[in-house]
Design a protein around this ligand. Structure first.
Ligand code: F6R
Length: 609
């Protein structure tokens, strides 16, 4: 979503801010802006479109300073126009703000600012109210004015502010939107996301909710709500700045698919000892605690929720606790039955997804224990949870999630086994068997990736189709849903997924010659059923491509075409088969000339509702 960058130092603030904003481009944006403080004046430029447009407008040498803030905006309130771009300024043009998040009561605040203070608004955004609120509270103390404004704001925000009368500092505050700061040789830095700082420092301060941060040339000072100075230790970021770049691949998405064997291997390596024994004691569950749990909710959005669907039967099988999978945006509003005996497993790659964070808080309020599966270390979901299981996918940059998905499934499997072992519902031999199969998964994934030529062949044969649907049974329903999501988000082809047994209850009416069906057939125990579904579709003239285990002659005879993936157990199959669908979507998108890493209307993490 939106990105914030701030710089206070001795160098060129313009250059530092633009470089920081560039490293956040992957998050998606549709306008950008910058505000600099120079010789007692505030210089502001903003443009709709990409950073190049802004860069060409701020090219002149006199448009520079040693302190400033910048922003890339992904439109929520108001179109992606120059007026709606950040920074927004106070009426006297001496204070500028950038904001990520949402001000829920902005209509009420706006009305008040208009009637009480006669303010004329320049944009349609919720964020502009922040600039005016700070403006009306400003009496020569920027921190005080920001605190007073924040008291009036409801919602989620990371806000950075500069003022022409206070040329040495950037002041910022956060509530439910990420904010980090750091110090390097070049000066003090502030950003909404760690990648913006990585070029300059690996040691960052994670700002907590309701904290105020003051960034100057030589210091980052953090204060709580009452302005008590906080003694925060820095968090060291392991990822290489290179890891956030494409590393020779044409797109981040294909790079990240190629990293899936490594992501799965690393996730396993951190959770298994040399003998394949589980290392999950840091989750600090006791047998008594687990025995007291009578229900598990898996709560997540999008791809992460599909990982939950794959994990559900596996947790039920090994831990023998009933599991429900719920979308975060539904769970948070539907008055779920949650008690002290409920465990909520939140899954989130970014750890910043607003709906998931709010669902988590709702569950916590009702007394549930929270276990989260998160990829981004120190993210809001991780910090709000009782127990955290980190996936080791590494930074995921492409908007379409790939490597996070497979590592999330592996994490759920390990959690299922850990719970089962503690509760005594899974035998050692059974646990060892699944661990052994999982350890083979990286090689099986690599085999599918190697089959790229065949995948490209299928992409070439079908990339012009306007309707592509996916069917499956058991955990193949989740695979079908994830395959369909990947395809529609990066190719824009009309697609949906359905449980194969549901076809005859209505959807079968959609079958025509020009519709392509993918039949996911990875589950041995449902094999005969899936075969008859394929025959059912073929009898109505559908085109069917099956995705099945190597050597499956019956399926390949029934379908028009088949993609074979390496033979593996039913449980490992969802991790292996999805690789084909991710790559198929990728190649179709490429043939269609789509913006693969940043599809239209989408952003990497959805930090607003
Ligand atoms: C799809 C995709 C999204 C995310 C969803 C949740 O490719 O990336 O569906 O999975 O927005 O995001 P996280 O996992 O960051 O909570």
């Amino acid at each position: 979503m939106c990105g914030i960058v701030g710089y206070a130092g001795a160098g060129s603030a313009k250059a530092m801010i633009l470089s920081g904003l560039r490293s956040l481009e992957y998050r998606g944006y549709d306008s950008a802006g910058i505000a600099l403080v120079r010789k007692g004046k505030l210089l502001v430029r903003k443009e709709s479109g990409k950073l190049d447009a802004l860069e060409s407008k701020v090219g002149a040498a006199d448009f520079d300073a040693q302190l400033g803030i910048g922003h890339t905006r992904w439109a929520t309130h108001g179109a992606p126009t120059r007026e709606n771009a950040h920074p927004h300024t106070s009426v006297d043009g001496r204070i500028a703000i950038v904001h990520n998040g949402i001000i829920e009561n902005f209509m009420q605040l706006k009305q008040e600012l208009i009637t009480k203070h006669g303010i004329r608004f320049q944009s349609e955004t919720d964020s502009e109210v922040i600039a005016h609120l700070i403006g009306v509270h400003y009496r020569g103390d920027l921190v005080g004015a920001l605190r007073a404004a924040a008291k009036r704001m409801h919602g989620a925000y990371a806000v950075a502010v500069v003022c022409a009368d206070e040329p040495d500092q950037i002041v910022a505050i956060r509530k439910d939107a990420p904010l980090v700061a750091g110090i390097c040789e070049e000066g003090g830095l502030l950003a909404s996301d760690i990648p913006a700082l990585l070029k300059y420092t690996r040691d960052v301060y994670l700002i907590e909710n309701d904290e105020i941060v003051i960034v100057t040339k030589g210091a980052v000072q953090i204060f709580d709500e009452e302005m008590t100075r906080m003694n925060r230790t820095k968090t060291h970021i392991d990822w290489d700045a290179q890891a956030a770049e494409k590393g020779g691949y044409e797109h981040f998405m294909i790079k990240e698919i190629n990293e899936e064997p490594m992501g799965v291997r690393e996730t396993l390596r951190h959770r298994l000892d040399a003998n394949g024994e589980l290392l999950l004691d840091d989750l600090e569950f006791t047998k008594e605690e687990l025995d007291a749990i009578d229900r598990i909710y898996i709560v997540a959005c999008g791809t992460a929720s599909h990982a939950g669907l794959v994990g559900k039967p596996v947790i039920e099988k090994y831990a023998r606790i009933p599991v429900e999978v719920d979308l975060s945006s539904e769970f948070r509003y539907r008055n779920p039955i949650v008690t002290e005996r409920t465990l909520v497993i939140c899954i989130s790659q970014s750890g910043e997804t607003s709906d998931t964070l709010e669902a988590l808080r709702e569950a916590k309020r009702r007394g549930a224990k929270i276990l989260s599966i998160v990829n981004v270390v120190g993210s809001s979901v991780a910090r709000a949870s009782d127990h955290v299981f980190y996936t080791w996918a590494g930074p995921e940059i492409a908007v379409a999630s790939t490597k996070a998905y497979t590592t999330q499934i592996v994490s759920l499997y390990l959690i299922a086994l850990h719970m089962g072992r503690l509760r005594g519902t899974v035998k050692e031999a059974e646990s060892k068997k699944l661990v052994g199969e999982l350890l083979e998964a990286p090689d099986l994934i690599a085999k599918v990736i190697k089959d790229e030529k065949r995948i490209m062949e299928l992409a070439k044969a079908h990339y012009k189709k306007e309707k592509i649907f996916f069917v499956g049974r058991g955990s193949d329903v989740a695979t079908a849903q994830e395959a369909s999501l990947k395809l529609k988000e990066i190719t824009y082809i009309n697609s949906f997924a359905i449980a194969a047994g549901e076809l005859k209850h209505g959807t079968i009416a959609l079958i025509t010659r020009d519709v392509l069906f993918f039949a996911v057939a990875t589950q041995n125990y449902l094999y005969e059923k899936m075969l008859s579904n394929i025959e059912e579709m073929k009898a109505r003239q559908a085109q069917v491509v099956a995705v099945a285990k190597k050597g499956d002659k019956r399926i390949s005879q029934a379908a028009d075409d088949t993609f074979f993936f390496p033979d593996c157990s039913d449980e490992v199959a969802p991790i292996v088969a999805i690789i084909f669908f991710q790559m198929f979507a990728y190649h179709v998108a490429k043939l269609r000339g789509r913006n693969i890493d940043q599809p239209r209307n989408l952003a990497k993490s959805v930090t607003v509702e």
